[in-house]
Design a protein around this ligand. Structure first.
Ligand SMILES: C[S@@+](CC[C@H](N)C(=O)[O-])C[C@H]1O[C@@H](n2cnc3c(N)ncnc32)[C@H](O)[C@@H]1O
Length: 277
């Protein structure tokens, strides 16, 4: 193993072994351009496990005794970046739909790849606030492959830097501010925005066909970019199956072209509606 920058170098065979596994299990496309990312992320695990090489690490994770570490591998290699009110035009669009809704209309939302839950609580705070004017019924399902992210989402406790994009009145109405002993501020999601949400660990490339629910809104943002082309299209088509007629699929701003060869009607950039008939 060569070390030039302080981070050990991975050999080609081990990189291919790890990237093939990640691709097959999670659909994530780790091309050779991601070699440095893999080295950086896994070097911490090598250190933690007191191992000398990535080959030794691979032998461990693919052995019987390495199951726990193998389950965490995707977590170490994927990007969980998220924050409240991300790509805010999508929430403006949602508001425009809600403004036309009849009282007590029911909506099912799915935040697929919700990471630590920022998108789910953004949605539930907007929906709860809207309900003050016109009552609506709603449920929000938040799913992610990472059990660590799902645990954080369930905890629903966020640092100021994560939440400060959310309009101030929503922060004040739906989050309780606390301070820890290092004077860091935290914002805890309150029962009003927890009561209609549910989190579940879920693999988008394997689990969609078994999902029984049908949705009015699916937010699937900033995850498909990590998948290889055929996987992106497969996931998009399976999601369309899970939309009710007239329902909306909302993709990340860079992912809109994925609906190009489907029946979906483009409403706004990266916002698509399933035809009614
Ligand atoms: C960059 S975050 C995006 C979070 C959020 N949707 C947003 O736009 O802010 C990508 C998330 O996708 C999750 N992810 C990656 N592969 C997945 C898969 N096969 N199934 C479900 N979630 C996956 C990661 O764990 C991560 O939390």
């Amino acid at each position: 193993m060569s070390i030039i920058t302080g981070v050990p170098k991975i050999d080609k065979l081990t990189f291919e072994q790890i990237s093939a596994y990640i691709n097959q299990q999670y659909g994530i496309n780790l091309t050779s351009a991601k070699l440095n990312l893999v080295e950086n992320r896994l070097s911490k695990r090598l250190k933690h496990l007191k191992m000398d090489s990535y080959a030794q690490y691979a032998d461990h994770i693919f052995s019987k005794g390495g199951k726990n570490e193998l389950n965490l591998l995707c977590d170490y290699l994927s990007t969980n970046k998220t924050y409240f009110y991300r790509e805010s035009a999508h929430f403006d669009f949602l508001q425009s739909v809600l403004d036309k809704a009849a009282p007590f209309q029911a909506y099912n939302f799915w935040s697929a790849a919700c990471s630590a839950g920022d998108e789910v609580y953004t949605l539930s705070s907007l929906l709860e606030e809207h309900s003050k004017k016109t009552p609506i019924r709603y449920s929000v399902l938040g799913t992610d492959i990472s059990s660590r992210m799902i645990d954080e989402a369930i905890e629903g406790k966020y640092a100021a830097a994560r939440i400060n994009m959310l309009p101030t009145h929503l922060i004040n109405n739906y989050f309780e501010k606390t301070e820890d002993d290092k004077n860091q501020e935290w914002f805890n999601a309150q029962p009003a925005i927890r009561k209609n949400i549910r989190f579940q660990q879920f693999n988008l490339i394997k689990d969609i066909p078994a999902l029984a629910m049908r949705f009015d809104f699916i937010f699937c943002r900033n995850v498909l970019i990590y998948f290889k082309e055929e996987t992106k299209l497969k996931v998009v088509n399976e999601m369309i199956q899970k939309l009710k007629p007239g329902g909306y699929l909302i993709l990340g701003h860079c992912e809109g072209m994925l609906c190009r060869n489907t029946d979906m009607i483009q409403i706004r950039p990266s916002v698509f509606q399933k035809p009614v008939a």
